[in-house]
Design a protein around this ligand. Structure first.
Ligand code: ADP
Length: 352
């Protein structure tokens, strides 16, 4: 017998049949009415016990096992859209609950994989598109030079400069992509150190200040953080975060008198960094997506502003790998604020 149900039925029959046979034999041997009554009552009790036991075994063991079997079959066929309920507090109940947890994990993994595949496809299509644009331009200018269109030295110089800028765009895109792949697949070896966050930002502000002066953008920096407040951070990556945010402020600046301000604030166990500009701003519709990879407000996807759509997703990843959070506030036409928080170093903490 392969199934448990017939076995259970067999046990039930054995438990009821044996007393019944005994009863018949008793009646057959002598016709004692008192004995007959006792035997009938005994059999009735036994049948009840056998029936309750069989019912108990069926509901507590066989039914959940059947559900588990059905669930396993569905998983085998790749169907993870079901739930396996069990409130029982016994071994089988716990097995069902563990099984349900396993199904939820598998479902999450499956969804992650689908998302990853979709992202990879999007990545390939975006890279092809973003590389094609400057390559087409470079080809056009080179053909122009070959055909003698760049007749004067000024024209030739202009063509060569454009080719150089387009090649730079490609170089920057490939750099960002290489870095992103490393960071996305957790192959980025961080070099965490205890640093004075105020000192770090003062140095950063000096550098950014010089650059902004050259670009004729008003730059200011303020901090209420004491120099002895420490943060565990990878200096190089933190610099990349600041650079990415600032370069966006520059890229998307549409005012004649542009201004950028960095504010460092002490916020109990955290340090809050606020980088704000008076650029073109971001609409409420786009704001929730700017940290998504390859999200660009300008959907025409051209490299006119040198954007690849991964700058802020790199910022998000680096800050999250530092145990911090990043968010943004913006008003279209007025400006954008990118904020992030970093946890202060607590005495006794280990630097990984
Ligand atoms: P990109 O390389 O295209 O700049 P990012 O990930 O850095 O990609 O930014 C995503 C989008 O968010 C940008 O395309 C831009 O439209 C918008 N954005 C980011 N920073 C700013 C800012 N300071 N001002 C206006 N728009 C911004």
């Amino acid at each position: 017998m392969k199934n448990l149900k017939p076995r259970l039925f067999f046990v039930f029959l054995t438990l009821t049949l044996i007393p019944m046979v005994l009863f018949l034999m008793g009646i057959w041997r002598r016709s004692d009415t008192r004995l007959t009554q006792v035997l009938i009552s005994g059999i009735a009790v036994l049948v009840c016990i056998a029936f309750s036991m069989a019912l108990w075994v069926y509901t507590t063991i066989l039914q959940p096992l059947e559900k588990l079997q059905e669930a396993t079959r569905k998983i085998k066929e790749g169907d993870l859209d079901f739930t396996l309920d069990s409130d029982e507090d016994n071994e089988i109940g716990k097995l069902c609950q563990d099984f349900e947890e396993m199904r939820i994990r598998l479902k999450e993994n499956q969804e992650e994989k689908i998302q990853y595949d979709q992202d990879s496809k999007e990545l390939i299509s975006n890279i092809s598109h973003d590389l094609k644009t400057p390559i087409t331009a470079i080809k056009g200018y080179v053909e122009g030079i070959m055909d003698g269109v760049a007749s004067s030295p000024e024209k030739l110089d202009k063509y060569i400069r454009t080719i150089y800028n387009k090649a730079n765009d490609m170089d920057r895109l490939i750099d960002e992509l290489t870095f992103y792949t490393k960071i996305d697949t957790n192959k980025m070896p961080y070099n965490f150190k205890k640093i004075s966050i105020d000192e770090f930002f003062h140095d950063c502000a000096d550098e950014v200040g010089l650059d902004m002066e050259a670009r004729n953008i008003n730059f200011s920096f303020s901090s209420n953080v004491k120099p002895d407040v420490l943060v565990i951070a990878d200096v190089e990556q933190l610099r990349r975060v600041v650079n990415n945010i600032i370069s966006n402020s520059v890229k998307y600046m549409d005012k004649e008198k542009g201004s950028i301000h960095i504010e460092l604030a002490d916020d109990r166990d955290f340090i809050r960094v606020d980088i704000r500009d008076n650029g073109r701003g971001i609409s409420n519709h786009d704001l929730p997506h700017i940290f998504d990879r390859f999200y660009r407000v300008d959907s025409s996807r051209n490299l006119s502003r040198g954007g690849s759509g991964i700058g802020l997703s790199i910022v998000k990843k680096i800050i999250e790998d530092h145990g911090g959070k990043v968010w943004a506030r913006s008003k279209e036409g007025e400006g954008t604020e990118i904020l992030f928080s970093l946890r202060k170093y607590q005495e006794g903490e280990t630097v990984e």
